[in-house]
Design a protein around this ligand. Sequence first.
Ligand code: FUC
Length: 347
Amino acid sequence: MKVVKEEIGRLLNQPISAYTLKNDNGMEITCLDYGCIISAIKVPDRNGHIENIVLGFDQLDDYRKWSLYFGNVIGRVAGRIKGAEFELNSKTYVLPNNENRNHLHGGERGFHNVVWKAKMIQIEGTAGVQFSYFSPDDEEGYPGNLHVKVTYLLTNQNELVISYHGTTDEDTLLNLTNHSYFNLSGNMKRDILEHSLTLNSSSFLELDSEFIPTGSFLNVDQTPFDFRNGRMLKDGVLSSHPQNKLVGSGYDHPFILNGDHPICLMDHESGRCLTVATDQAAVVLYTGNQIPSGFSIQGVKSRKYLGVCLETQGLPDAIHHTHFPSIVLKKGDEYHAKTTYTFSVMK
Ligand code: FUC
């Protein structure tokens, strides 16, 4: 197991480094101190052929040019906050509206667009990096001086463990996630429509025309949202269900997780499997419906459905729905979240 650091350029007037974590099976994960980006995850297919299975750019500047949140940590609050404002402890907080009149993924200068401090971790059986960031009171409009840590750990069991930690000196909101786009075909050889997903969820959140939860939980029974026995992602693209159509033909929805069954994504042709286990309440399944065309991603033409995100998190816009689990982090409390991604192959 080892971690290799390499300086790869400058952004925001600061040097940016890439950290490559390597395990004893030849698996590699590269992550950046800019936005905690996971820029590459290299794992074998069923024939032992090692390829990259996440979307990432070769050029650092492209991450700022195309704000698609490739591999990023998202914060302070993942997803959209309606009307870019919220009330907490009888005070109204106004946030920057960076998507129409709403606030998306922590704002323009969210955690995806800042440089984090990095500390390499090389302990028995793991290789990793701990990223930390201090977000001052009022940054992007949020209250509280917030200290955040995100740790990426690679094990010899081909697991990537992401742990999140936060503390604040004033009540605030915190709902972190990682926004990696997976494509298990390897080096984006195919899009993700033939990937199958198994997800133990019996309900998902209905979205309005701005992709913000209406507050209603919809039952997955008899719909393309029922992944309990596995289904192809293309089902949602071909679907005439109004919720699939609304988001640009596909999925962009928070699913409520039932119990601790792992989420399982598979590409039958390469044999690659990804299982995701989390302590979070929900996973946002986003099939890349909004990836624009017109640029290139590691030599591949950008287009819809080139990657799929499994964003484990609390429910989006929870601050406006009292029946959603709270995402308020109270002064003196600690925020903890953990998601484990395990890579394997079908025989
Ligand atoms: C996802 C989606 C959004 C958006 C973005 C890039 O989380 O919920 O609709 O397109 O990320």
